[in-house]
Design a protein around this ligand. Structure first.
Ligand SMILES: [Zn+2]
Length: 349
């Protein structure tokens, strides 16, 4: 017989609601051989979409809410090609969902920072028009200037008292070397505990000789890793990463956008995918996937609503038909009810 279990809400630590086509027509994708191809496809797709950022973001974010997400960190593109309309659109969608969802917005230089002139000025403007954090992207391979990129984003973060969340796709020894530079910079700037690395694919290759030293440098700097368990991309060895003291949270990344047709905005699905991709089989391993999708993300985002969960009578909770958390992660059902402030939520489309 199946029991009713209650859990804390989900936290999506890394999602891109401004790029999604959720709720719109189908987008057919163009083949891509490289990160540069993917970024080019993304910009072309965004410029061709007819539905507004707010409408598309609202469609995806409300889907996330109905599936139990109570807080999310949204990376939102900023570039001269699109101005600040993505920031304004995601912030407007977030305001409509404010009773149910806490949204942190990262100003994200998807199309390059120094290599895309005008972006840095717009990033600064974004921080007074709805963005909460400063983002970064592959300082070396996308922007071509590791130290220049870090100088710019750390200065922006310091000037406005904001945290940093940096996408780093680069792999191998070069990716690890960049991570150690970021860790050193984080300590030098006194920003321990306030920097996150998104993806960090270099950290997923346990055969690299410098993996241990790099994880230790990240742990010393209090740097978080946001991982997304994406299709063909590498996933971290969670035992290895956590044994060095690096904290990990889980996110969706892009959902039904130019990068990927996959994703649902459900963190239940994402916890399942993390378990599947990392070969989780013991209860501890499956429960860890659930923790990364809930309380770990809540620690990263400072989500009091999720951190405050205390059991079946919590005013903010999820209810599922399942016998245990490990079973939940394997079966990935939708919540029976999402309870906020003691009441089951309903949303208008
Ligand atoms: Zn991302």
């Amino acid at each position: 017989m199946t029991a009713l279990i209650t859990t804390p809400g989900f936290v999506d630590a890394h999602i891109h609601p401004d790029k999604t086509t959720w709720g719109s027509g189908w987008l057919s994708r163009t083949p891509a051989q490289s990160l540069t191809d993917l970024i080019g496809n993304d910009l072309r797709a965004q410029l061709s979409l007819q539905d507004s950022v707010e409408d598309r973001a609202y469609a995806l974010m409300s889907q996330a809410v109905l599936n139990g997400t109570m807080a999310m960190r949204a990376h939102v593109d900023v570039a001269p090609q699109i101005g600040l309309k993505n920031i304004h659109g995601v912030r407007a969608a977030a305001e409509r969902l404010a009773p149910f969802l806490n949204v942190q917005v990262v100003a994200f230089p998807q199309f390059g920072l120094l290599s895309n002139p005008g972006t840095l000025e717009l990033m600064e403007a974004a921080l007074t028009e709805g963005a909460d954090l400063v983002g970064g992207i592959d300082p070396e391979s996308v922007d071509g200037d590791l130290h220049g990129h870090l100088d710019a984003i750390f200065a922006l973060a310091n000037r406005h008292g904001r945290d940093l969340d940096i996408h780093l796709h680069d792999v191998g020894a070069e990716g690890l070397a960049q991570l150690r530079v970021i860790a050193g910079r984080t300590v030098a700037e006194g920003m321990q505990g306030r920097v996150t690395i998104g993806h960090g694919f270099a950290l997923c290759d346990a055969s690299q000789p410098a993996i241990g030293a790099t994880l230790e440098a990240l742990a010393d700097a209090g740097i978080w890793m946001a991982t997304c368990a994406l299709g063909a991309d590498p996933v971290p060895d969670l035992d290895l990463v956590e044994s060095h003291g690096v904290k990990v949270a889980l996110g969706s990344d892009g959902v039904r956008d130019a990068w990927s047709p996959f994703g649902t905005g459900s963190m239940m699905d994402r916890a399942h995918l993390l378990g599947y991709r990392t070969g989780a089989s013991t209860d501890d391993e499956l429960e860890r996937c659930f923790r990364l999708a809930t309380t770990a993300g809540a620690e990263l985002l400072g989500s009091a609503v999720v951190k405050g969960f205390s059991g079946p009578t919590s005013l903010d909770r999820l209810e599922f038909a399942a016998n245990s958390i490990p079973e939940l992660v394997v079966d990935r059902p939708a919540p029976l009810r999402v309870i906020r402030r003691g009441e089951a939520i309903t949303l208008k489309a």
